[in-house]
Design a protein around this ligand. Sequence first.
Ligand SMILES: [Zn+2]
Length: 95
Amino acid sequence: MLLIRCPWCGERAESEFTYGGEAGIARPVDAAVQESRLTDAQWGDYLFMRTNSCGPFRELWLHAHGCRRWFEAERDTRTYVFKSTRPLGALEDPL
Ligand SMILES: [Zn+2]
């Protein structure tokens, strides 16, 4: 069984978590104003284009069946090993 370390609850079974996709995707600044200025291709890039990296990867996870908080994790996509987890916005909180 894969264990994932929630920054608040500690290690829990993977089945308690929900994957949230790649971390660090910034919404366009003032999107409501810029919406009419962004092209369909730019919106498409923001909404759908993600890195498909092989190796260390920053991603978002939700402890859905626990504290219901989002956090950021760094996971190696080749081995599935979580190298670190931290609250969103925290600079660093290694395992
Ligand atoms: Zn938790």
